[in-house]
Design a protein around this ligand. Structure first.
Ligand code: COA
Length: 390
């Protein structure tokens, strides 16, 4: 029997020009750029163009691309109706996003077209709708009317405008851009793999993206930042109640979790054995954001929580090198931007869909069916027993 690579650990599926991860030294390259070179400077539109076209756009190309996205923000009537029904049933946000994106097939003006150009147009339409679906559903869930998107705002600023009904300050928009850029693509993660598997059957782009949303929903992938934020809030509250320091409360919290064999969200990674470089980039952006908006107390407490978690993980899981991952700092930056933990996973999807699209296009170009095998460990030679005799 062939050797099993459980979880496909260390299995190299294919080649990609989109991102490179070195888990031993903590390095992430996005389409040729070290993450720290790209994420704090670019707009999300520039990063999308880079991933989809393998180069940065010039001014004219960026204007055309930005207009293409902003022209596709309004939701079709059916999508809005689905979101309204979902809100009446209080469905989780990721489920509403998945169902909302699925309805976009209804308004695809060229459903049969599969050329690269047609898929790029489809990708722009899908991606442009993500923030509107998430923001509209968030407001519906909270008994508010959705806010009509504005075409004169950037992708990042318009999303926050649709959530809050107010145009965000430049520092907040910059924080959002840096977050979106930081998590847009990351090798063969589970949701990207899901998208590529679906695309490898020559299925359509919308199906691949809907499948990827389902994969991202899981707590081991995109579901971690909400609980990571809740952890920091809870530990701060405990410290405020007890009069002890945040570090002391965090130590007790970590000990209790690890003794009961629970995982600490925002720590550990399948590939990184050192600190996740995305945590560093977001860490810098978070500090800058809190300096400008006046939340440094929260930032310092969160750092104390991080230190306590790292110490406890080293003590209870020695040698496993479980370090801070992107989700811990995602929690801090999205909190600093003013978003609630429940919306964190769909906001991750608003970014990652850019990477999914690029991988789907690569997969279409490769045109190789992804189909691993299994070793059978069931019974042999069973004999058929008629129903009446069972
Ligand atoms: N808290 C506590 N223990 C953890 C841990 C965490 N965050 N991450 C890994 N471990 C432990 C596991 O319990 C296991 O311990 P054991 O060997 O004593 O049973 C060991 O480390 C290996 O775990 P495994 O799940 O095989 O490692 P992995 O490389 O597949 O894990 C994650 C990757 C992301 C699934 C894992 O680190 C995790 O669950 N993290 C928390 C969720 C999270 O933050 N996800 C976002 C990722 S960006």
């Amino acid at each position: 029997m062939a050797e099993i690579a459980r979880g496909l650990r260390n299995v190299v599926l294919t080649e990609t020009r989109l991102s490179m991860i070195d888990g031993e030294v903590g390095k992430l390259i996005i389409a040729g750029f070290p993450l720290e070179e790209l994420a704090p400077h670019a707009t999300f539109e520039e990063v999308l163009y880079l991933l989809w076209h393998d180069r940065l756009p010039n001014a004219d190309e960026l204007t055309t691309f930005t207009q293409q996205l902003s022209a596709n923000r309004s939701l079709p009537e059916t999508t809005l109706t689905v979101l309204q029904v979902a809100a009446q049933n209080k469905l989780p946000l990721m489920d509403a996003l998945r169902m909302g994106v699925d309805t976009l097939s209804l308004v695809d003006p060229e459903p049969e077209a599969t050329s690269i150009e047609a898929n790029l147009r489809r990708a722009s339409r899908l991606l442009a709708h993500f923030p509107t679906i998430v923001a509209s559903y968030w407001r519906l869930l909270h008994g508010q009317e959705p806010v009509t998107p504005r075409s004169d705002l950037s992708h990042a600023a318009n999303f926050l405008y649709m959530v809050n009904g107010q145009v965000p300050e430049p520092a907040i928009t910059r924080g959002m851009e840096t977050y979106l850029n930081t998590v847009v693509d990351h090798g063969m993660n589970a949701s990207t793999f899901t998208a590529r598997v679906i695309a490898s059957t020559r299925s359509d782009m919308t199906s691949a993206i809907v499948g990827a949303i389902g994969s991202l929903k899981g707590p081991l992938h995109g579901g971690a930042p909400g609980p990571a934020a809740d952890m920091v809030f809870e530990i701060r509250e405990r410290a405020a109640r007890s009069g002890r320091s945040v570090a002391e409360e965090a130590k007790d919290w970590a000990t209790a979790k690890l003794q009961s064999k629970e995982r600490i969200m925002g720590f550990g990674h399948r590939v990184y054995r050192v600190r996740d470089p995305r945590a560093d980039v977001l860490g810098g952006a978070v500090r800058q954001l809190f300096q400008q908006t006046g939340g440094l107390d929260f930032y310092n407490d969160a750092r104390a929580v991080e230190d306590a978690m790292l110490q406890a993980l080293e003590e209870y899981k020695p040698g496993l090198r479980i370090k801070t991952n992107v989700e811990f700092y995602t929690a801090l930056i999205l909190h600093g931007i003013g978003l609630e933990p429940e919306i964190f996973s769909p906001v991750f999807a608003i970014s990652r869909v850019g990477g999914w699209v690029a991988h789907i296009l690569e997969q279409y170009a490769e045109d190789e069916l992804i189909r691993p095998t299994t070793n059978y460990n069931g019974a042999y030679d069973r004999k058929w027993v008629p129903l009446a005799e069972r």
